[in-house]
Ligand binder design. Sequence first.
Ligand SMILES: NC(=O)c1ccc[n+]([C@@H]2O[C@H](COP(=O)([O-])OP(=O)(O)OC[C@H]3O[C@@H](n4cnc5c(N)ncnc54)[C@H](O)[C@@H]3O)[C@@H](O)[C@H]2O)c1
Length: 139
Amino acid sequence: MDVGKVGVVGAGTMGNGIAHVFARSGLQVILSDIEPKFLDRAIQTIEKNLEREVAKNKITAADKSAALERIVTTVERAKLAECDFVVEAATEKFEIKAELFRDLDRICRPEVILAWHAFFQSGASDEISRGDSRPGDFR
Ligand SMILES: NC(=O)c1ccc[n+]([C@@H]2O[C@H](COP(=O)([O-])OP(=O)(O)OC[C@H]3O[C@@H](n4cnc5c(N)ncnc54)[C@H](O)[C@@H]3O)[C@@H](O)[C@H]2O)c1
């Protein structure tokens, strides 16, 4: 499957960095969080970090603008239905993560890979993906 649009759940330290890298790579990004203020903060951080890359001549000002334009923010998880790949970078709390992935499983198309960025111990993915309709695609 071609991946053109990716979802990132959680716009904190890890999430905004992941969104930055995806957008820089030319992918459309939907960055989601629970409150607009966290999304605003994330966009400010991404903009600052892109500007740093411009200052170091790693990218041009046009690259920076294009990357920022590729990122859409939302507090509505259902919008992630548009994504071809979704990575969660929100929480280590098992109950919240399990609920979140159950919801993502319902929202996202069956072929979409759902991934997380966490310190979780091995075996936890089996627990969380129990009842999931795509355990083989759960990373
Ligand atoms: N910071 C690190 O160095 C690091 C390294 C490896 C892994 N991690 C893991 O990555 C994940 C994110 O870490 P972080 O440092 O970015 O945390 P953070 O606290 O900076 O950001 C987490 C963000 O997720 C949002 N969030 C919480 N619950 C949510 C939900 N149900 N739906 C959508 N958004 C939600 C919060 O509002 C916050 O903006 C954690 O699981 C953490 O353990 C962090």
